[in-house]
Design a binder for this molecule. Structure first.
Ligand code: GLU
Length: 512
């Protein structure tokens, strides 16, 4: 029988979730949904030193904003609750002890200070110290000390750890769904700590394997930085006798800087002006970081962009809804090499989603801004306004800057435009044109445009000069959307008022 697909996203609450982490969650989610499986959120908070208050809530809020729905997790509960590792602490000790009893792990009593001095001593000889098969029989471990001594130390409350007994010189053959077969010799690896008596908590490796097993995880899809841990994880499954049911693994490529070299970091974002976090983050000590949400990205655009960073559909299609991603996603098409982040492309995606929104929806974004500015305008006017300018917008917060002149008259006139157009006979022509406009009964854009156009042509006036002078009177600048679109939206009365105001302010005579 095919195994039920069950995947997990297992972040540690050590700070805001990086967009790379969101991508890991997204790929897990797409894979689960595509296979009718379950998506589990497990919080890996066994490293109390790195715990950051607020980080777990941030993770949950980020996934919710992206539309990633959790089947089992800290908030949802589920058959394997609790889903927060710090609440599962009693579970892990017995598994650590089981490994010691079966000869796959041992107790070690070395203190931090002892280890530091052993390390320093090795360094002074130009060597690097590794806790491995060469030293474990000589240090303060249950392999070196008599059983009696081990018991005595434990009973006296001396802190101990459980270390995995890494086999010596063994080839570990592994399979990764993205990278294919991988073989590593264990001589390269050290004896990792699995459990610490001092805080009665497992380390990542033990808790992760035990929980993936107990939670019946079928596929582990995670970042490439965990690939070096894979041999240990294989050996842990084997030591527990769980190899037959161990999950399949897929390690995702890194997200790289826009310049290509190295991992995408917050510093790159700060330097080049793009967020690397889904939501704005305020750290416990008050430091803040930009978020896609607050910067005006739509979650669908963010998700779409992220999905294509390291995966490609094999077609030219770029715009994907979540449902389309669920249908199209495949681990086979995830690339092995790092995915370079392109901030320009991220903005492009947002613009595509903005342009595809209905006028009613965009008006819904603009209306509160109008209200805030004290402008009374109906939904109808707002819809006409966004329809006219949305193609030039990338972010919703630009709607006002691109459309304000459809709601109020300009208070100043751009110097450059004035110098360029308010000269020669233009002011007099505009004064004359005003009378023409006053006489137009059917003030639709087509009709107004035809009449004004014919009037300019008949007098052999320079078209660009007159039209741009007119634009200056209406919007205060020498560029913007089509003049007659503007006229139609603001109406004849307002058009005439604005021409008058400009003639008053800029003068009916040319300057110089
Ligand atoms: N807690 C690990 C992390 O923060 C999870 C790694 C894994 O998925 O195995 O990335």
């Amino acid at each position: 029988m095919e195994r039920k697909v069950r995947v997990r996203f297992a972040p540690s609450p050590t700070g805001p979730l990086h967009m790379g982490g969101v991508r890991t969650a997204l790929y897990n989610y797409l894979f689960a949904r595509q296979h009718g499986g379950d998506f589990i959120l497990r919080i890996e908070d066994t490293d109390s030193q790195r715990f950051v208050p607020g980080a777990e809530k941030y993770i949950l809020d980020s996934l919710a904003w992206c539309g990633i729905r959790i089947d089992e997790g800290v908030a949802e509960g589920g058959p394997h609750a609790p889903y927060r590792q710090s609440e599962r602490r009693e579970i892990y000790l017995k598994y650590a002890q089981q490994l010691v009893e079966s000869g796959h792990a041992y107790y070690a009593f070395d203190t931090q200070e002892e280890l530091a001095s052993i390390r320093a001593e090795a360094e002074s000889r130009g060597q690097t110290f590794a806790y491995n098969h060469e030293v474990r029989g000589r240090l303060a471990t249950s392999l070196a000390l008599p059983a009696e001594e081990v018991r005595r130390r434990m009973e006296a409350g001396e802190p101990w750890v459980v270390r995995f007994m890494m086999p010596e010189n063994e080839q570990v053959h592994m399979h990764d769904l993205i990278r294919g077969d991988v073989t590593v010799n264990t001589s390269m690896l050290d004896d990792k700590v699995l459990y610490k008596s001092a805080d009665a908590l497992p380390t990542y490796h033990l808790a992760n394997i035990v929980d993936d097993h107990l939670m019946e995880i079928s596929h582990v899809i995670r970042g490439e930085e965990w690939l070096p841990s894979l041999p240990l994880h294989y050996l842990l499954y084997r030591a527990f006798g769980w190899s037959d049911s161990q999950p399949e693994f897929a390690h995702l490529p890194l997200l790289l800087k826009p310049t290509g070299g190295g991992k995408l970091s917050k510093r790159d974002g700060d330097k080049m002006g793009f967020p690397v976090f889904p939501l704005r983050w305020v750290s416990p000590d008050g430091e803040t970081a930009h978020g896609y949400r607050e910067d005006g990205y739509f979650p669908e655009a963010f998700v779409n962009m992220l999905a294509l960073l390291g995966w490609n559909p094999g077609t030219e299609q770029e715009i994907f809804s979540m449902d389309e991603l669920i249908g199209a996603f495949s681990l086979e098409r995830v690339s092995k090499s790092g995915a370079r982040f392109n901030p320009e492309k991220a903005r492009w995606f947002n613009a595509q989603y903005l342009h595809a929104k209905s006028d009613a929806e965009l008006a819904g974004i603009l209306m509160p801004v109008l209200k805030e500015k004290g402008i009374e305008a109906g939904k109808d006017r707002a819809e006409k306004a966004v329809a006219l300018i949305k193609e030039r917008a990338t972010f919703p917060q630009e709607l006002w800057n691109l459309s304000w002149f459809l709601f109020k008259a300009p208070e100043e006139y751009e110097e450059k435009g004035v110098a360029k157009f308010w000269k020669g006979e233009n002011p007099a022509r505009i004064a004359a044109l005003k009378e023409v406009i006053a006489g137009i009964d059917d003030f639709t854009k087509e009709n107004a445009e035809r009449i004004v156009h014919d009037w300019i042509v008949a007098r052999e006036y320079p078209m660009g000069q007159v039209m741009n002078s007119l634009r200056l009177t209406l919007v205060g600048a020498g560029s913007g959307p089509s003049i007659f679109d503007i006229c139609e939206i603001i109406g004849k009365e307002e058009t005439l008022r604005r021409i008058d105001a400009a003639l008053d302010k800029l003068g009916r005579q040319a300057i110089g």
